[in-house]
Design a protein around this ligand. Structure first.
Ligand SMILES: [Zn+2]
Length: 85
């Protein structure tokens, strides 16, 4: 019977930077286009408990991209959006 305790199981809950455990939380996403800075707050993310790195949840990526695209279309130099829960 397999006794492989440490298989290379790729989990989203493990930080890709330091291997620490990530917990559900939120982060602030900043996208700098040079002519426009889009800041999105309260983005669902897995936050590393060890190094603090935040990984935007896969399920939230499309919505985040949408917000950034829409915000940029407004052609303002700085846009700060808070993502709805
Ligand atoms: Zn980490």
């Amino acid at each position: 019977m397999g006794k492989q305790s440490q298989t290379s199981k790729q989990s989203k809950d493990i930080c890709a930077l330091c291997g620490g455990l990530c917990e559900h939380g939120t982060t602030t996403s900043t996208t700098d286009f040079g002519d426009a800075l889009i800041v999105v707050r309260s983005v669902p993310a897995l936050v590393c408990q060890q190094c603090g790195e935040a990984w935007v949840e896969t399920a939230a990526l499309a919505a985040l991209e949408d917000i950034v695209t829409n915000a940029r279309a407004r052609k303002v130099p700085v846009e700060i959006v808070t993502m709805a829960a």
